[in-house]
Design a protein. Structure first.
Length: 760
């Protein structure tokens, strides 16, 4: 019998080996794909790999560590699906970014600004800054069709801009299979109680919808659906990736596996969190059962909450370590350096060029007159020049900083020829008009707490474009009503502002640390202001006011003096503010100064007879200035000075007072009085805690020195020094402050407050 030749025997043996390998092929038994086949042998097509990236807030940064590991070990990813933060990381990768590029973006993001419930203070217009200082709580109600709460704490403008930047190269409706890496993401339709899987459309809208956590971010409304965070229905979309048919093997990454177990508290918020975690885990289990992933990676993230966005670098390392721990299973999908280079090049070829020069600009979703105004503002900075995402982000933040729009985002459309910049502006659904609300609490005396509820009604354009009406009401220990109408004069920044006000308050009187009386004060008047304002930092007003004063003893000896009558004065007021925040800014300077010239002033009466009066030609000035500077990690130094001056005249009716935090805090408010006053502070605050990276709140500890006096003549002034310290919590309902101030001769005072922090 003729024996087969040696080459034939070799080929037969090799065929048997290859056949055996094919029959025993499986996820855990695949031959390492990064080992090149023997020379002259045709290699089997590689297995296509799909990734399913789960939601979990900041924990989702672990996904990036896994992508970095896969990239370093030449393991192609052929399709990716995600929910919530998993969709954000997966969407950036699907858009063509390398894991290294995504890591650079994550490291550069100011997460406190991105997650903030409103436009950053630095981007607000001057009047919205006033609102933020006067009303530090973050609740604003719409009044367009009755009193309505917002659909979320945040309209998500900073997040909208982040997603627009990631998705900018892919304008309009896109087939997600045509992205550099095919992509899917999951959202929940709360109107129809069903999952919505995005396989095409606007990439930015899909990412925004899958991250719209109910109650925190406003839902996305599109195609008759109201979409929120996909984690409510499918937090680990392995089934979605499997159904694409684009993956032979599916790897799922679960970054929320231990959340429900880790949340052990018994408060109502803990129980609510446990319930939400339970819903998300149930959806994840169903997705795993249906999708049957070939491998589930569970990074060790114990003890890391979902809101720790500042720990991104640590979370990336933990994801990388998880992939390394499963290297044996994952390396089976690696390819040669040449093949990986071909895959990466093909992927990048589907990525549009990063540099775009728009030649047209369109504004959509607003009235034509508003669109024309926005176009005029944007065209000089963004047309016929390479698009700067940072510059455009700043301009769109400034647009929402006026309070007239919830969000302003953009996309690039080059489907009809030259690149077009399309800006999409979304006005608030519930307003204008709007109602801002604040609660104030303060211990005016050791045994007495002053309380007030305040509200400010704001309406836009009541007397033409750019005009604004504000009505303010306050009730409590102080009852107050104010109204102002601002009407711009052209586009020069000039405006005219008539206003009126009425106030009733009870003011305690102290003598040598003793509470001796309480006055009831009433003021009612009107003024006409002519002003000029820049968009954000500066405003000056020149005006004339007339008001009626009445001050009578409410508690105490009725023989104490009283005041009744009219006073009239002209004034010049100027305000400059470039600080980074309204309560305890990181940096910046704020200055407020006012000069008055009185023409008529009521006199002081005792037992019905006039006993004294301010001069009828009184000049009067007061002002405050503060500066903040960063110091160390999350620390800040500050200096503040305030004072009032009557230019050598005696000011009885229009005198000045000190007392309370930052104005000699060891004394009660209004305890120290004089025709002049001056006080200076120098201190330091250290941030000792933050909530959701500071977007929801921060806790500070601080200490400062106060030095000042209220006096009639400077040469006889009794300057006093206090040392104060306290804790400040910046919260969604306003600053909560508790502290103590130590004065001379053993004098001290413990105080607390809710509401405005630094004196105006």
């Amino acid at each position: 019998m003729r024996q087969p030749s040696t080459p034939a025997v070799g080929a037969g043996v090799l065929a048997v080996i290859l056949l055996a390998g094919a029959l025993t092929q499986g996820f855990a038994q695949d031959a390492p794909q990064n080992v090149p086949p023997p020379a002259g042998v045709h290699r089997q097509p590689r297995l296509r790999l799909g990734l399913a990236l789960g939601g979990g807030g900041a924990r989702g940064f672990a996904h990036l560590g896994i992508l970095i590991w896969l990239d370093e070990h030449r393991i192609p990813v052929d399709v990716v699906g995600g929910t919530s933060m998993g969709a954000l990381i997966g969407g950036a990768f699907a858009a063509g970014m390398t894991p290294g590029e995504i890591r650079e973006i994550v490291a550069s993001i100011d997460w406190a600004a991105v997650l903030a419930p409103e436009t950053p203070y630095a981007s607000m217009t001057f009047r919205r800054r006033e609102d933020r200082r006067d009303y530090p709580s973050q609740l604003r109600f719409g009044l367009k069709a009755g009193l309505k709460l917002p659909t979320g704490v945040s309209p998500a403008q900073p997040i909208e801009l982040l997603l627009a930047r990631l998705a900018a190269p892919f304008a309009g409706d896109v087939d997600f299979d045509a992205l550099p890496t095919p992509f899917r993401c999951v959202s929940a339709d709360i109107m129809n109680a069903e999952a919505v899987v995005f396989s095409g459309g606007s990439l930015a809208t899909a990412l925004r919808a899958t991250m719209a956590m109910p109650g925190l971010f406003a839902p996305v409304e599109t195609d008759g659906r109201r979409l929120v965070d996909g984690g409510l229905v499918n937090n680990l979309p392995a089934d979605v990736v499997r159904r694409t048919g684009l993956a032979d093997r599916v790897v799922a990454v679960d970054v929320g596996a231990d959340l429900a177990i880790a949340r052990r508290g018994d408060t109502m918020f803990d129980v609510l969190g446990q319930a939400l975690d339970s819903i998300m885990r149930s959806g994840a289990r169903r997705a795993l059962e249906e999708g049957k992933p070939d491998l589930v990676l569970v990074p060790d993230l114990k003890g890391i909450p979902t809101v720790e966005f500042g720990r991104a670098a640590e979370l990336v390392r933990k994801g990388y370590a998880t992939a390394e721990a499963h290297a044996e299973a994952l390396l089976r999908y690696g390819v040669s350096e040449a093949e990986y280079g071909e895959w990466a090049a093909a992927r990048q070829s589907r990525r549009p060029p990063p540099q775009v020069t728009p030649t047209r600009l369109t504004v959509e979703r607003v009235r034509p007159t508003e669109a024309a105004r926005i176009v005029r503002a944007l065209v000089p900075r963004h047309l016929n020049r390479p698009l700067s995402a940072a510059r455009l982000d700043a301009d769109l933040l400034a647009l929402t900083g006026d309070g007239r729009y919830d969000t302003a985002t953009y996309r690039i459309d080059a489907s009809r020829g030259p690149a077009e910049l399309i800006v999409s502006v979304r006005p608030p659904k519930s307003g204008p008009p709007f109602l801002s609300v604040a609660l104030d609490l303060e211990n005016t005396r050791t045994s007495n707490v002053g309380a007030a509820i305040r509200g400010r009604f704001t309406a836009f354009d009541p007397l033409g474009a750019g005009s604004e009406a504000r009505i303010e009401l306050r009730t409590g220990n102080t009852i107050e009503a104010r109204g102002e109408l601002v009407r711009p004069l052209g586009r020069s920044g000039l405006f005219i502002a008539p206003r009126a006000y009425a106030i009733r308050r009870d003011r305690p009187v102290f003598r040598s640390d003793d509470y001796v009386a309480e006055y009831r004060e009433r003021e009612a008047g009107a003024a006409l202001d002519l002003g000029v304002s820049t968009r954000r930092l500066f405003e000056a007003r020149l005006g004339y006011a007339a008001e009626q004063l009445q001050r009578n003893v409410r508690i105490g000896d009725p023989a104490f003096p009283s005041i009744r009558g009219w006073q009239r004065f002209a004034f010049l007021r100027a305000v400059f503010d470039n600080q980074s925040g309204p309560t305890l800014p990181e940096r910046g300077v704020a200055v407020k100064a006012e000069l008055r010239r009185f023409f008529d002033v009521p006199g002081v009466r005792q037992a019905g007879s006039l006993v004294a009066a301010d001069t009828d030609h009184l000049w009067w000035a007061n002002g405050t200035a503060s500066v903040f500077r960063p110091a160390g990690r999350r620390g800040k130094l500050f200096a503040r000075a305030s004072g009032g001056w009557s230019f050598g005249e005696t000011a009885l009716v229009n005198g000045f007072s000190l007392g309370g935090p930052f104005e000699l805090g060891a004394y009660f408010p209004n305890e120290l009085r004089g025709s002049n006053c001056a006080v200076a502070n120098l201190g330091y605050f250290q941030e000792i805690g933050r909530f959701v990276e500071g977007a929801i709140g921060r806790l500070h500890a601080g200490a400062w020195i106060e030095h000042g006096a209220a006096f009639e003549r400077l040469r006889s002034a009794d300057f006093r020094t206090n040392v104060s310290a306290g804790l400040l919590l910046e919260s969604p309902i306003g600053p909560v402050f508790a502290g103590v101030s130590l004065g001379e001769h053993g004098r001290y005072r413990v105080f607390f407050s809710l509401g405005r922090f630094l004196p105006h």
